[in-house]
Design a protein around this ligand. Structure first.
Ligand code: PRX
Length: 633
């Protein structure tokens, strides 16, 4: 499975295009354990869409992530956990220990009535129990829906109701940096509106007092006393859903992206091994949260399917100080560090004093994910962290793609700072113009599409297949449209320029402008709002909100704070606007459509050339907004 040099990459790529079925069948057959072989490698059309890999194949992903490694290397660490507080002990779970804990917790789920096919919401901080809970669901064939620990009660409730979860797994509280977060309280608030949830399993983390509802709420630690660790893996169809993960799109409602057992397993393991050139014994530290796709694919499933050592970190990069990542690298002798440009830019701002004196000599490979990495950050990362001795792989992908699609293979394919570079084997990218016509050649730019399925392609959006079609497969016939724009150079390297739809990327988090607008509009006194992104030095993009208030709102400073509180409560603190500008009107066309292009330019500070404003209902409003924006600077 491991590509060892550039020539092999070229050969693999060629083979994957000539005969995709043969290419993936060989990888799937030779590197994984199947309970029953598939009858057909691939069945697909992008029209419906219908995408099925390893059709008829039976497996359980946890047997591939756990059982086989327990046989081969029971005492090798599977997960190393580093707590928020550096004074607390870290925890190592060997494959044997992880296996036992997953199996006992799987029995706890069964004991609490969770069955194959049921949806289970997991709302937890980055503690080992989070990985255990996801794997335990997979063990019994329950579909997990992990909700990032920073989301609000109302976001949790929306997600639970959309997929009708029967159980929630959470903790009493959480600690992140110097903040303590009341997880169970938030779940309790969410559950007021979630009739399908019958059980809440609470793991202890902070010993904060919580209310435990009789008949519904049980303690993790108590429940495991009633079960043993013998839990045979449920036989799953290759195309049975493994998990749902909600992500933002251009409408106000997050979509439940569905990934299935077989293809997702093969693809995450293959990409993990090749992009990071993983060799046995290496320690891989992905700084993402398991609440996002990066954590699903490159903390849990990809690494464990490869029998790797995966380090998970509970805290934040700046606690207790801006040297925390480097301390962790030194302490655990990390070999692969996979983080986000926003973290790099933020740590860069603290200077090199926090890096100096730390022994980073164990590092071999650096990775970046989540948003475009600017050249300055790329070079800082490469020089100060990699000591100019570690390839930096810029990995482009999405929740919907399940795994990395465009990236260098560390040390194997050439690097080009700020360019994600070449598509991985099996990935057939193309650029198209507005009309869907392919743009060929080098030094061109266009909308980034894919013409053939890869094993971890999104299968559907939970409960609404049509939404999956219209979102990804309808813009251009027979193509998957990523929503991103990109450039391609004369060597076929890609550079992602960012979203071309109404989706923002704030500190690597995907947020829909419509979602933020809906939240702002819920605030009493707000008449209308329009949200756009603007370049932000650290976050990549910041959130800029133009808000029209009712005329009697005279204490605008207080209203501003109230709006922030409302957004926090409706979505979560990550969606709070960085800037709010109060306006008396919005630039609209005669048909009532908001001209976001103009608002974006004003937010970016580019007011000189706003383009044609003659079609606006009231062109004067633009002058007012421009002046207001200047005053805010
Ligand atoms: O715009 C691209 C950006 O993040 C989007 C996907 O977000 P999400 O589904 O939350 O997944 C993030 C982690 C995979 C993409 O549409 N993006 C992701 N990685 C990169 C990137 N943009 C530029 N370069 C990247 N390496």
């Amino acid at each position: 499975m491991l590509i060892q040099n550039y020539e092999e990459y070229q050969k693999a790529y060629e083979a994957s295009v000539q005969d995709p079925e043969g290419f993936w069948a060989e990888i799937a057959a030779n590197n994984f354990e199947w309970k029953k072989p598939w009858t057909k490698v691939l069945d697909w059309n992008f029209k419906e869409p219908k995408i099925q890999w390893f059709v008829g194949g039976k497996l359980n992903i946890t047997e591939n992530c756990l059982d086989r490694h327990v046989r081969d290397k029971p005492h090798q660490p599977a997960i190393i956990w580093e707590p928020n507080d550096p004074g607390e002990d870290s925890i190592t779970l060997t494959y044997r220990q992880l296996f036992d804990r997953v199996c006992s917790f799987a029995n706890v789920l069964k004991r609490n009535g969770v069955k194959k096919g049921d949806r289970v919401c997991i709302y937890m901080p980055m503690i080992p129990e989070l990985a255990i809970a996801t794997l335990a669901c997979a063990r019994i064939g329950a579909i997990h829906s992990v909700v990032f620990g920073g989301f609000s009660a109302s976001s949790i409730a929306d997600r639970i109701n959309d997929s009708q979860c029967v159980a929630v797994i959470t903790t009493d509280g959480a600690v992140r940096g110097n903040k303590s977060i009341p997880m169970k309280d938030t779940v309790d608030d969410a559950l007021i509106g979630c009739p399908t949830v019958k059980k809440v399993i609470v793991a202890t983390r902070t010993r904060t007092p919580v209310s435990m509802i009789k008949g519904r709420d049980v303690w993790w630690e108590e429940e495991v006393k009633f079960v043993n660790s013998d839990c045979p893996a449920e036989e799953m169809d290759s195309e049975d859903p493994l998990f749902i993960l909600y992500t933002s799109g251009s409408t106000g409602k997050p979509k439940g992206v569905v990934h299935t057992c077989g293809g997702y397993m093969v693809y995450t393991a293959y990409t993990f091994m090749n992009v990071f050139q993983y060799k046995p014994g290496m320690i891989h530290f992905c700084t993402a949260d398991i609440g996002w796709i990066t954590g699903h694919s490159y903390i849990v499933y990809g690494p464990l399917a490869c029998g790797a050592i995966s380090l998970m970190f509970e805290g934040v990069p700046t606690y207790p100080d801006a040297g925390r990542f480097w301390e962790i690298v030194e302490k655990h002798r990390v070999n692969i560090l996979y983080t986000a440009p926003t973290a790099i830019r933020s740590l860069m701002g603290f200077g090199t004093e926090y890096v100096e004196g730390k022994d980073l000599s164990s590092l071999k490979i650096l990775g970046s994910v989540g948003e475009p990495i600017n050249e300055e950050a790329w070079h800082w990362y490469s020089k100060n962290i990699g000591k100019d001795n570690c390839p930096v792989v810029d990995t482009w992908w999405q929740t919907e793609t399940g795994g990395i699609l465009i990236s260098a293979l560390a040390g194997i394919t050439p690097l080009k700072p700020a360019w994600a570079s070449l598509p991985l084997p099996g990935v057939q990218m193309l650029l198209v113009d507005e009309n869907g016509k392919e743009i060929t050649g080098g030094n061109v730019s266009g909308n980034l599409c894919i013409k053939f399925p890869w094993p971890a392609t999104i299968r559907t959006t939970w409960g609404d297949h049509e939404r999956c079609r219209t979102n990804y497969f309808a813009a251009y016939p027979n193509l998957y449209f990523t929503g991103d724009g990109a450039m391609r150079d004369e060597n076929g390297f890609y550079r992602i320029t960012g979203r071309v739809d109404d989706v923002l990327n704030v500190s690597g988090h995907r947020i829909g402008t419509a979602e933020v607008e809906n939240a702002i509009n819920m605030h009493t006194g707000v008449v209308e709002s329009a949200v756009v992104g603007y370049p932000h030095d650290i976050k990549g993009q910041g959130i800029y909100a133009y808000v029209i208030c009712e005329s009697h709102a005279n204490d605008l400073e207080l209203t501003r704070k109230d709006i922030l509180a409302t957004v926090s409560r409706v979505i979560g603190p990550i969606a709070k606007p960085d800037k709010i500008q109060f306006v008396s009107g919005l630039p609209k066309t005669r048909s009532g459509k908001i001209m976001r292009r103009i608002l974006r330019k004003i937010a970016e500070g580019e007011t000189a050339n706003l383009g044609d404003t003659s079609t606006l209902l009231d062109p004067n409003v633009v002058e007012e907004i421009k002046n207001g924006a200047q005053q805010m600077r």
